[in-house]
Design a binder for this molecule. Structure first.
Ligand code: ADP
Length: 930
């Protein structure tokens, strides 16, 4: 029997005096043996010497097995160095504090132990051994770890875990809570929840729930709202349960919080997506379908009814056949075959075909499968059906209209073409090819457009028009036919988008015949116009030719009347003179009219007084008015210009006509002539009478030539019906207009406007003196005058008129005679007829002026011409004549022209002024009055 290890290994203790050493040792040994903790005795080197029951229980070794081994055998491998170091420190006499470590049992199980090692010393204080007291702390450690784990779980939980005291202050606060509410634990612990996370409107609810939890209830996952630190609302799901102390008393409330803000939003989004999806399915016009290989309809969007006419329920109930049976017989077989191939082999299914709706109507549909999948051993397919009836109808009508367009294109009588922008024919109809002389459209297509243009400039111009406006209409072009001949076409072209990009499309017509006709018409018109002009010129010439002898007649009558006559002779001559005067008036009208028609009437531009012209014109009618017992007056607005620049003679002619008519057609009452200035500086004249008036119908044509209001009036009143036509033409030449207001039986008012130049001041040259002065100037000097004229009447008339003024005259009948006479005598003035048989007035004047270049003299020459056409005056002056008078000569005009020639001579003739010039007034002031 081995020695009891316990006894052997007992350390030495100080013992109480009254106990025997053995008793005491036994007692101690028993305590050690039965102690709760493992008590192990070792040598200072760590060799185990004693081992109690608790050690055996802890490590599994019995005393016999372990005694004699080093204590490191009880340590886990990693702890061996630490155990050795404890042994060393003990050996050195250092104190070792209790420590925790890990040991290993006989069956190699790891155990957690707390260890305190004490040195065992003998009476001399020498280290005898070490007593180690070990306690199994695995359980405690596990509990600690579990607690730590729990704390970590709580701390790191995504859910907020909060403990609240009975007075509703925060006791604990994990990271989850921080994440949800924004507060860190140190910020909020100890603070009342009311001022931090509970929104005011939720306070009442919170108090209520808090009270229920205090009463022992657990509230699981209710939803509420809380306040985040940054002020926003957080939607949370909460679980409240009471916290109890070991005695079971409630000491607080715990809350588990989950942030459901996002979940809520997701839920909402999901709900909306669902609604959208539903709306989409209901509203897309296409039908979405899902079928399976069992011929079952698994899904059909509600729009199916719109296309098929069958309700969705009917389709579900009757399966695929309801759809397949409605396919048009022409397409049914093909559709079935393709659908079968799609299901069996995955061949894409995408077809257009007709179906018959439940109500019998045919519709075109486009049906295509989108995807297939397998489920529970069945094949499923889904797809889309679109109603394409309208598109098909549109396609059909497009096809028809294309067909129609093609026919229109091909059968058009006009040429129709299309070419590239650069200009090469893409298409053309036969008519177009024929117009351009090509055998067929094929012959023309592909050729460059340049081939059909004669002039490259035409093409450039056409291209520019197209580039600028995109379209060009009614272009008349001369084109080259295939054989090189020309053809006129009228083309309309426009730019279009075509297969080659921008293209030009157009139509054209052969207008060659039209062009020829147009040319013929133009020539005919020109001929007509020129013959009309010739007629007018002839009329003008004729009336001149008539005027010449007429003036001779009148002049001679005047001369005859101045001779001694019997009363009977005087009466005859007076009647002849009156008739001749009327005839002359008519001839004058015709002359004026034809001059205007031949566009040969030109207005003068001289300064004159409008007031004076009106006054003197009116005055001429005063005797006539008095005889008819009519009042004749004129009235002027205050702002009339003193001097106007224009043609006073023609203004006078207008007034003569209007006042003459007024007198002619008025038997009682008054005639009033008014002149006023308009805002635009034009003058407005009016002549009112209280005569017979003019019907509205006649008013419309009164200004046309040869029109009289009442043809019977010619018999009663005379006249040619030319007066107003001339007046209106003259008014137009004066840039004015003429109109009238009249009522049958109650008089007429003729208005006209005229535009005159306005003279600012009257310059001191005679050119701008009031024209009447020419006629009123009197000559004081007696002149020696040469008259060259082949017309005997005119010759005699002129001679008589001049002789009456006391002037001496020499008459010759030709230019040559005139030159001869000039060689023999000195003359003051020559009156030169323009048209003479051997040498006309122009030539004669030229000859005279030629000689004067040597003599340095200037002989005043007055042209006498029967031509009063535009340009005559200029031609005479250009030929070197000084002034101009129309034949038949009238006294006043003749004297004025002579005065004019003399005046010009005095102001421009240097040689004469060099000698002893007569005083200007003496040469100027010829007595031209009788
Ligand atoms: P005529 O030389 O014949 O008078 P006009 O051209 O001067 O030609 O006038 C044409 C016609 O207009 C006259 O014949 C007359 O019928 C009508 N007429 C012109 N003026 C008046 C007027 N003041 N009162 C009535 N009728 C007038």
């Amino acid at each position: 029997m081995p020695e009891k290890p316990f006894e052997r290994s007992l350390p030495t203790f100080a013992r109480p005096a009254e106990q025997t050493a053995e008793d005491a040792q036994k007692f101690l040994a028993s305590i050690v043996e039965h102690a709760e903790d493992a008590i192990i005795g070792c040598t200072p080197d760590g060799i185990i010497e004693s081992w109690n029951q608790a050690a055996e229980k802890l490590f599994g070794y019995c005393a016999e097995e372990i005694i004699g081994q080093n204590i490191v055998a009880l340590a886990i491998d990693e702890a061996i160095p630490a155990v050795n170091s404890v042994i060393q420190r003990m050996k050195r006499g250092e104190a070792v504090h209790p420590f925790d470590g890990s040991g290993v049992t006989k069956d190699r199980r790891r155990i957690e132990i707390s260890c305190s090692a004490s040195p065992v010393k003998d009476a001399d204080g020498k280290l005898m051994g070490v007593a180690a007291i070990l306690r199994d702390i695995s359980e405690r450690k596990r509990a600690d770890e579990a607690r730590a784990l729990l704390a970590a779980v709580v701390e790191f939980s995504e859910e907020g875990i909060i403990a609240v005291s009975l007075d509703k202050r925060v006791l604990s606060w994990n990271r989850g809570a921080q994440a949800i509410y924004g507060y860190a634990a140190e910020e909020i612990i100890g603070k009342p929840v009311a001022s931090t996370i509970i929104p005011p409107e939720r306070m009442e609810e919170y108090d209520r729930f808090f009270a229920r939890v205090l009463a022992g209830e657990t509230l699981v996952q209710f939803e509420s709202e809380r306040h985040h630190k940054d002020g926003r609302r957080v939607e949370v799901s909460l679980t409240y349960c009471p916290i109890k102390n070991p005695k079971g008393e409630v000491i607080g409330v715990s809350a588990i919080v989950r942030d459901i803000t996002r979940a809520k939003a997701t839920q909402q989004a999901l709900r909306e997506a669902n609604e959208n999806y539903r709306a989409l399915i209901h509203n897309i016009p296409d039908v979405i379908w899902m079928l399976n290989s069992n011929d079952e309809v698994k899904f059909l969007s509600p729009t199916a009814e719109r296309i098929f006419g069958y309700s969705v329920a009917e389709c579900y109930a009757r399966g695929i056949s309801i759809l397949f049976n409605s396919i048009h017989p022409d397409e049914a077989q093909q559709v079935r075959r393709m659908f079968q191939l799609f299901f069996e082999e995955g061949t894409p299914f995408d077809m257009e075909f007709r179906i018959r709706r439940k109500d019998g109507e045919w519709r075109w549909v486009h049906n295509r499968a989108i995807q297939t999948f397998e489920k529970d051993g069945l094949l499923y397919a889904s797809g889309l059906v679109t109603d394409i009836t309208q598109r098909k109808a549109a396609e059909e009508s497009l096809r028809e209209s294309e067909q129609r367009y093609r026919l229109l294109f091909e059968r058009n009588l006009a040429g129709v073409f299309r070419c590239t922008q650069v200009g090469s024919f893409l298409d053309c109809n036969d008519a177009g090819a024929k117009i351009l002389g090509y055998d067929s459209r094929e012959d023309l297509i592909g050729r460059p457009a340049m081939d059909v243009f004669f002039d490259p400039a035409d093409k450039t111009a056409a291209d520019q028009r197209m580039a600028q406006y995109g379209t060009a209409s009614n272009q008349e072009l001369c084109m080259r036919r295939k054989d090189g001949s020309s053809v006129w076409i009228m083309a309309n072209t426009t730019m279009v988008n075509g297969a080659t990009g921008t293209e030009i499309e157009g139509t054209f017509l052969d207008i060659t015949l039209l062009k020829q006709a147009e040319e013929q018409m133009r020539l005919a018109k020109e001929a007509a116009e020129s013959s009309n002009r010739a007629k007018s010129e002839f009329l003008a010439n004729m009336s001149h030719e008539i005027r010449t002898p007429m003036n001779g007649v009148i002049g001679m009558i005047d001369l005859a009347l101045n001779t001694d006559l019997t009363p009977e002779q005087s009466d005859y001559l007076t009647t002849i003179k009156s008739s001749a005067g009327s005839l002359l008036e008519i001839i004058n009208d015709i002359l004026d009219f034809s001059k205007i028609e031949a566009r040969k009437l030109e207005l003068e531009r001289v300064p004159f007084s409008v007031k004076e012209i009106v006054k003197t014109t009116v005055k001429e009618f005063s005797v006539q008015a008095r005889n008819k017992q009519l009042s004749l007056q004129c009235e002027f607005s205050a702002d009339l210009p003193d001097t106007a620049i224009g043609d006073p003679g023609r203004l006078r002619q207008i007034l003569m006509n209007l006042v003459g008519n007024a007198l002619k057609f008025t038997t009682q009452g008054e005639i009033m002539v008014r002149v006023q200035r308009l805002q635009d500086n034009a003058l407005q004249f009016s002549v009112s009478d209280t005569g017979i008036g003019i019907s509205a119908e006649k008013q419309k044509m009164i200004f046309e030539a040869f029109v009289q209001a009442d043809t019977s009036s010619t018999r009663q009143y005379g006249g040619t019906g030319l007066g107003l036509a001339i007046v209106s033409q003259l008014v137009a030449l004066m840039q004015g207009r003429i109109w009238l207001e009249s009522k049958t039986g109650s008089g007429s008012t003729f208005y006209f406007t005229a535009r005159f130049g306005l003279a600012t001041a009257i310059p001191a040259s005679d050119e701008i003196q009031p024209c009447e002065e020419h006629t009123t100037q009197t000559a004081t000097r007696k002149l020696h005058i040469l008259i060259a004229d082949d017309n005997l009447v005119n010759l005699r008339l002129a001679r008589s008129l001049l002789a009456k003024q006391g002037h001496s005259t020499v008459t010759v009948g030709s230019g040559r005679e005139a030159l001869a006479a000039l060689k023999q005598q000195n003359f003051d003035v020559v009156l030169m007829d323009v048209q003479m048989p051997d040498m006309d007035g122009f030539e004669t004047t030229k000859a005279i002026r030629g000689q004067e270049r040597i003599s340095q003299k200037h002989l005043p020459i007055v042209a006498m011409t029967a031509h009063a056409m535009i340009g005559d005056r200029e031609r005479c002056l250009a030929a070197g004549m000084d002034s101009y008078v129309t034949k038949p000569v009238e006294a006043g005009k003749l004297f004025a022209a002579i005065a004019d020639a003399l005046h010009k001579d005095s102001t421009s003739n240097a040689p004469q002024s060099e000698g002893t010039p007569p005083p200007a007034h003496a040469r100027n002031s010829i007595d031209l009055d009788r």
